[in-house]
Write a protein that binds this ligand. Structure first.
Ligand code: FHN
Length: 455
């Protein structure tokens, strides 16, 4: 073979080998070790949660009544009977849904994976289920397989596709407390309310639905369970389901809510005697790092599902600082979007995604693949670590131009991450190390100081 052809071949092989994205790293079919399997997820740090369903038409309102809490609980909170509620899936026709646009907004925000509610507590499925007709293909006028469209858009753009599945199902007669159709009685963890037919729902409905989601939509990064709290669901089912998932897709990651592992901080018992690969603190961030994989999930306002009456939006600055706080403690951040009944992201959400994208684009080196800080949390911000570098994320900029960092940090070189050419002067004292920084913070949200450590 002529030399120039050999050169082209070598270059092509090199490009293909180097082009490992988060998605490609996982797609081997052989059963990876747990560390290999978790690697893409641990490196990703930041994902998009999407709560979308028939409840997105309702927006948490029924006449003048507004549902308290999340609007995705509209069926329960606004006292719909099952029969009344069924009219909403029959209306569900989100003609403005554009999977490619959704994935682009997530990617541009710096998010590496997407978790979409395939079925929330309302029981309505967003895919073409052969197990049930209560889904977008058979019940709604939309008749498009949303899971298919979103999973394909993710694959196209190198974002890992994941799905949420609710164990709780307010529509299925066998999934409720035995006072069906008073479906919501079993929500309240009342062991006296059991449905003797729940095991049949588990074996003949729930497990086959999870199976078809795993068999028909390509590589699944994470299966994110919810609704584990009901007394009918047992840890034996959880362990059985975890094994079932891994037998179909060996390298899929499963959250701790597949089992009854949620305790205290919503699941710091993710590993050990419960099934599940990571803990799932919800709407809160642990005070310190913990010795297991974990992901904090949070809303941007106060509702998971679309709720136009809820204008309690977290600021972009607050969300960026939450991302840094979580990463500095070794966790992932799963930040939620609640699209409306037309398939649109709320404009307030889009603004925040854009701001987070601008920050992560400039400072991603200090987040992605970084690990928890080995140092005590400083008053002015957080530390993250990667190889022989410490990143000082400054929330409160020093008024005197002297950033006081922990004295254990042996500085070889310090720069503002976004201005690598300007070396900062550092002075070690008996109590700390002083870093001479610009009088004005280069980034009012979070400025990152890159500190290369002495070997
Ligand atoms: O009841 C759900 C709620 O609607 C939402 O889906 C959250 C997200 O993690 N999980 C449950 C509450 O813990």
């Amino acid at each position: 073979m002529k030399d120039y052809k050999k050169i082209i071949l070598v270059v092509l092989v090199a490009i293909l080998t180097l082009q490992t994205s988060f998605g490609q790293k996982r797609s081997t079919k052989k059963r990876l070790s747990d560390d290999e399997r978790m690697e893409w997820w641990r490196d990703s740090k930041f994902g998009m949660f999407i709560h979308w369903g028939a409840y997105s038409i309702i927006g948490g309102e029924r006449g003048t009544k507004i549902a308290g809490g999340g609007a995705e609980w509209a069926m329960d909170k606004l006292d719909y009977t099952i029969e009344d509620y069924e009219k909403f899936p029959k209306m569900f026709n989100p003609t403005m849904f554009d999977a490619d646009a959704w994935v682009t907004m997530a990617k541009d925000a710096g998010m590496k994976y997407i978790v979409l509610t395939s079925k929330h507590h309302e029981g309505f499925g967003l895919w073409d289920s052969k197990v049930s007709d209560y889904d977008v293909m058979d019940t709604s006028p939309f008749k498009r397989d949303i899971i298919k469209e979103l999973s394909e858009a993710c694959k196209k753009q190198g974002i890992v596709f994941c799905f949420y599945y609710s164990i709780v199902d307010w529509h299925h007669p066998q999934a409720q407390g035995n006072l069906y159709p008073n479906y919501n009685i079993s929500q309240h963890d009342d062991p006296s309310v059991v449905n003797p037919e729940f095991p049949e729902y588990y074996e003949k409905y729930m497990k086959p639905q999870v199976g078809e989601l795993l068999k028909n939509y390509g590589d699944i990064g994470v299966v994110w369970f919810d609704g584990d709290w009901i007394s009918d669901y047992t840890t034996e089912m959880g362990k059985d389901l975890y094994k079932y998932i891994r037998d179909i897709q060996p390298n899929t990651i499963v959250n701790n809510r597949v089992d009854k592992g949620r305790k205290g901080m919503e699941g710091m018992d993710a590993v050990g005697n419960f099934a599940g690969d990571f803990g799932t603190p919800e709407q809160e961030i642990p005070d310190t790092g913990i010795d297991t994989d974990w992901e904090a999930c949070m809303t941007m306002n106060g509702s998971w599902g679309y709720k136009p009456s809820d204008n309690n939006w977290k600021s972009s600055k607050d969300l960026i600082q939450k991302l840094v706080d979580i990463v500095s403690k070794g966790g992932n951040f799963l930040l939620n979007i609640g699209p409306d009944g037309f398939g649109r992201f709320p404009s307030e959400s889009i603004r925040r995604l854009k701001a987070m994208g601008e920050w992560t684009k400039k400072n991603g080196e200090a987040v992605y693949g970084a690990s928890a800080s080995p140092y005590k949390k400083p008053k002015w911000g957080r530390y993250t670590k990667k190889d022989n570098v410490i990143y000082a994320h400054v929330f409160d900029w020093p008024k005197d131009g002297l950033l006081k960092i922990n004295k254990e940090i042996k500085v070889k070189k310090a720069t503002v991450l976004t201005n690598p050419k300007t070396k900062l002067t550092t002075t070690a004292t008996s109590r700390n190390v002083l870093v001479d920084v610009p009088m004005l913070a280069p980034d009012a949200t979070v400025t990152v100081i890159k500190i290369e450590l002495k070997k």
